[in-house]
Design a binder for this molecule. Structure first.
Ligand code: HPA
Length: 261
């Protein structure tokens, strides 16, 4: 079974892999740069969402090429990391949150692989098996992870206004970021399990007078090693066989097929 890690802000490399090889994977949507290697008995593919040196801002990432490349490599599970602003007052900078829901406020992205009517179920957008695995890994490593969190995805690249964050909080958002949509959706369309660990890098807009990106970068650097250990422990604990619904996401989702039955 192949597992992929998609590294967000602060995770631009995975120096822990055995026998790492850098590759460029071509897909019909464009190319994706990956590093392939192994960890314990697992084949691992690492993809830096923003590329080295944070070359790609959220709205310039080719999400379809990334997920299509992982699919082409036979990846069945993805664990993504993402740095976020804390919307919920109970979250503090430095906290880890396992995402379980998202609310989409992006405006200008390509959300699907398909041109025909394919309506994948998104009731539970994040894979529950990966979620359980991450929580087990966290317990074993004694790393505190909030078990649930609703991620509000904005278009960016600007940060949010005070009023937007108040609205997101009133809608039930816990954290805000710019990348999980459409990454999470495309993984579901590709029938790949997707789980995400968010690192709260800063209190979201309105908790302080100004958000400094310096603070965000420093937090992602200072928590990077802990996050990597959590990721690798999760990779080693992921069950070999998938029992969740993610692997059958396309079953019954294509209207054209249903009408001809
Ligand atoms: N807003 C959006 N994305 C982010 C933030 C934020 O406050 N912090 C880190 N990524």
């Amino acid at each position: 079974m192949r597992v992929a890690i998609i590294g967000g802000s602060g995770i631009y490399d995975l120096d822990i892999l055995t026998d790492p090889k850098e590759k460029v994977i071509e897909t019909e949507y464009g190319a994706a740069k990956v590093k392939m290697g192994s960890y314990e008995d697992r084949e691992v593919v690492f993809l830096a969402r923003h590329e080295k040196g944070h070359a790609l801002p959220p709205h310039k990432i080719n999400y379809r090429a990334n997920i299509a490349a992982l699919k082409k490599l036979g990846v069945e599970r993805i664990i993504g990391t993402t740095s976020v602003g804390g919307v919920s007052a109970k979250l503090r900078p430095g906290d880890f949150v396992l995402l379980d829901q998202f609310i989409d406020f992006t405006k200008n992205r390509t959300y699907t692989f398909y041109d025909d009517a394919v309506h994948v179920d998104m009731t539970h957008p994040y894979c529950p098996e990966i979620g359980k695995t991450v929580m087990n890994a966290a317990e074993m490593l004694k790393v505190k992870v909030h078990e649930k969190g609703t991620y509000v995805c904005t278009e960016g690249p600007r940060l949010e206004t005070d009023a937007e964050i108040k609205m997101f909080a009133s809608l039930g958002g816990d954290v805000v970021g710019m990348t999980n949509v459409p990454e999470c959706i495309l993984a579901r369309e590709a029938e790949i399990c997707y789980g995400a660990i968010a690192l709260v890098a800063n209190p979201a807009a309105g908790f302080t007078d100004k958000i400094s990106y310096q603070q965000i970068v420093e937090m992602t650097k200072s928590k990077g090693d802990e996050l990597k250990s959590l990721l690798m422990k999760s990779v080693s604990l992921i069950p070999e066989e998938r029992k969740c619904l993610c692997k059958d996401a396309l079953k019954g989702a294509r209207i054209g097929e249903l009408l001809t039955k």
